[in-house]
Design a binder for this molecule. Sequence first.
Ligand code: F6P
Ligand code: MN
Length: 345
Amino acid sequence: MSQVLTLQERMEGEAGSDPLRQAVKEAVAALAQAAVDISDLTCRGALAGITGQAQGRNTDGDVQKDLDVRADQIIRDALGKLPIAALASEEMADLDILNPGAPICVAFDPLDGSSNINTNMSVGTIFSIMPTPSDVNAAFKQAGSAQLAAGFVVYGPQTSLVLTLGRGVDIFTLDRVDRVFKLTGSTVQIPAEATEFAINASNRRHWDLPVRAYIDECLAGADGPGGKNFNMRWIGSLVAEAFRILIRGGIFLYPGDARDGYEEGRLRLVYEAHPMAFIVEQAGGGASTGRKRVLDIVPDSLHQRVPLIMGSIKNVQRLEHMHTVPDVALEANAPLFGNRGLFRV
Ligand code: F6P
Ligand code: MN
């Protein structure tokens, strides 16, 4: 392969001498370095003492695995040395105020998809970088559209880092020889429409009608009103699903449902949905709750959940459209969504 830009070289070109961009650059570099170390741990698995066994529960009630705890520590150690006003992690109850005068704040999910650790499937790290507001306590009570940068890392067959600074999306691949990330994809574009969906279908009986109607339409394939066969994937690891969507399009759903505690779905707004929505929109896709744009939502609390529907823009728009169709019409379903076109977008 000819000479490729490293993440550091790419960031250098972006940051110039602007202090805010410099701070973002330093935070991204530290997160990338932490990702190299976490990647080593995921690759070595049991040899590095990673068992995938539960260690307890985090404040949101999720089972905490050994790698969750170690990844959280690695990232906090890496960011703790930088001029950062506040940190928030899935693994910490409250935000951690470091240096209130610093220009940026970082929220992260240290190890996403941790139920997959001991099954040797892809897991990842997600991060969101916010400007510091006048009251640092409100650092993570800003709309997603305020993000300065967002990214995620997938620890899969390759370790990949996806990054947006609000000017498109780049993909970097970890070069294990040099231990640095190198640019392998720039200006990533999600196909406008695709025939692959991802949802945990075991929850079907708990879904709202619009979600059920949309998935039924996908399942009906060429025999149904959509007229196209769909393929299905569910990895159970948001980072892996998001990466697949960036590469070949499709739609991912973790909707709210009728189970206790799942009214707003499962994913957290601040360090899962906001960064994913920023990346997906920057790649030409859509990210919605079904009723509103995810980036417009202002969090009330740090670990707040939100329904997340993201991916190819036309698929997301179709699902949003389903949410505007009255329930009675959805209940009667098939003929209204048929080729007569009454509810086609
Ligand atoms: O962080 C939450 C998460 O692990 C995501 O990575 C994934 O999309 C989801 O939970 C899987 O949820 P479920 O276990 O309900 O399929
Ligand atoms: Mn997660």
